[in-house]
Write a protein that binds this ligand. Structure first.
Ligand SMILES: Cc1cc2nc3c(=O)[nH]c(=O)nc-3n(C[C@H](O)[C@H](O)[C@H](O)COP(=O)(O)OP(=O)(O)OC[C@H]3O[C@@H](n4cnc5c(N)ncnc54)[C@H](O)[C@@H]3O)c2cc1C
Length: 384
């Protein structure tokens, strides 16, 4: 399926199933089951799976647009789908024949959801320094010990891409490996139901890995592939899934407020808010902010897809900029939509709560700007 056809299909699903489910997803903090199952059933779950494993093999720009389209209807559904694609991309980066057969082919067939379990309570925003231990039991088997937090699709996915330290206690500090852990392995202990103020359908739960035995064939790449995964795969896909989703949230807020300005007419003089010059100016400025962020995201992802090394800078910028964009836009739209927007359960109230996560989801806005500055100053990107 071409990218255009895939995105058309995703838009149809977004404007029907995702839209219909969005309110209950938010109000009941319910994982977007219908949306995710429809995306699987309609053949788009293999969005980033290579064609040789039966997937659609769309690139990073496709992922940004897919998350934007879904995120415009439901931020949670956008991110749940996005995190599934991020996990998939990490598996696909250096997949062995076994991993293709056991993970990528079922993902492409719509039979398997995966996701990323990186963040930990001990290292927080510094997700690239996992403390989860990976110990070898034998040549064929490892054991995992540690604790993860905020695992989106937590308890719902069929497998988890778990970041760990390098193998064994004498592994170098800051080595980084990734293991795929199937959901039905012994020793996965899930924390409380996710109850965020926004992104309420994410099922972003904590996970204790209590001596989980995993076959060594589930290890992605080489032992202690270190930061290759972080900067070549995890960061670009993770950042783009978030950038696309929050761009969609900003667009949704714009759509709401434009409709309000067009429909709100005063009885005392018969004028519409759409005729007010100040509001026209403010709406134009909101549109421009969204559009320049959109063009940055598309430009960055196009650069990545074409192998341009400058993509490192633009992809980092995209997520930092979209976080500012979405928070500013939703705030501004709240003002333009007046008191109606300020009631509980208004659409803008939900978007305001969803938007706020953009700054704190790792890599956080402050850390991204620091990475940018360090790169521009030719300093090491990570703290020692
Ligand atoms: C809705 C939601 C979904 C999520 N989904 C996932 C997921 O699917 N997978 C996953 O792995 N994680 C996920 N996360 C986790 C997210 O990435 C964490 O919120 C993040 O790791 C921040 O961790 P923390 O809360 O411990 O913040 P802390 O580490 O306590 O940081 C607090 C603040 O300090 C700032 N800070 C810390 N160090 C520095 C520094 N050196 N320079 C500048 N500022 C700094 C941070 O930017 C942040 O603003 C999700 C989070 C949320 C809210």
């Amino acid at each position: 399926m071409s990218l255009d056809n895939t995105l058309d299909l995703i838009r149809q699903i977004a404007e029907s199933t995702v839209r219909d489910e969005a309110v209950v997803v938010d109000q009941e903090a319910k994982w977007p089951e219908q949306s995710m199952r429809t995306l699987q059933r309609e053949g788009v779950a293999g969005f980033v799976v290579p064609k040789e494993s039966g997937g659609l093999e769309h690139g990073l720009m496709g992922l940004a647009k897919a998350c934007e389209t879904i995120g415009e209807e439901s931020a949670s559904a956008g991110l749940c789908f996005g995190m599934h694609c991020v996990g998939t991309a990490v598996i696909a980066a250096k997949a062995t024949d076994y991993q293709k057969k056991h993970f990528l082919e079922p993902i492409a067939a719509g039979e398997h959801i995966t996701t990323l379990a990186l963040s930990e309570p001990g290292t927080g925003a510094h997700f690239y320094f996992p403390q989860t231990q990976l110990l070898s039991l034998s040549e064929d088997e490892y054991v995992l010990r540690g604790k993860k937090t905020f695992v989106t699709n937590g308890g719902k996915a069929d497998s988890y891409v778990v970041s760990t330290m390098g193998v064994d206690p004498d592994a170098m500090q800051h080595e980084f490996s990734c293991m795929v852990v199937e959901a039905d392995r012994q020793g996965l202990i899930w924390g409380e139901k996710w109850d965020g103020i926004g992104m309420r359908g994410n099922s972003s739960r904590s996970l204790t890995l209590d001596n989980v035995k995993v076959p060594s064939k589930n290890l992605l790449g080489e032992q202690g592939d270190q930061l290759w995964y972080v900067f070549q795969v995890v960061a670009p896909y993770f950042l783009t899934a978030m950038s696309g989703t929050y761009l969609g949230v900003a667009q949704a807020a714009f759509n709401e407020v434009r409709e309000h300005l067009q429909n709100r007419t005063y009885r005392h003089d018969g004028t519409s808010l759409s005729q007010n010059q100040l509001l026209q100016h403010r709406l134009g400025s909101i549109w421009a902010k969204i559009e320049r962020t959109r063009q940055l995201i598309y430009h960055a992802t196009r650069q990545y897809d074409s192998g341009d090394p400058a993509a490192v800078l633009t992809i980092i910028s995209s997520k930092a900029e979209v976080a500012h964009c979405v928070v500013d836009v939703v705030n501004e739209c709240m003002t333009l939509a007046g008191g109606i927007a300020y009631r509980e359960n208004s659409k803008l109230e939900m978007l305001l709560r969803d938007a706020r996560a953009a700054h704190v989801m790792a890599p956080t806005t402050d850390i991204l700007y620091t990475w940018l500055g360090r790169t521009l100053l030719e300093q090491p990107i990570l703290d020692s």
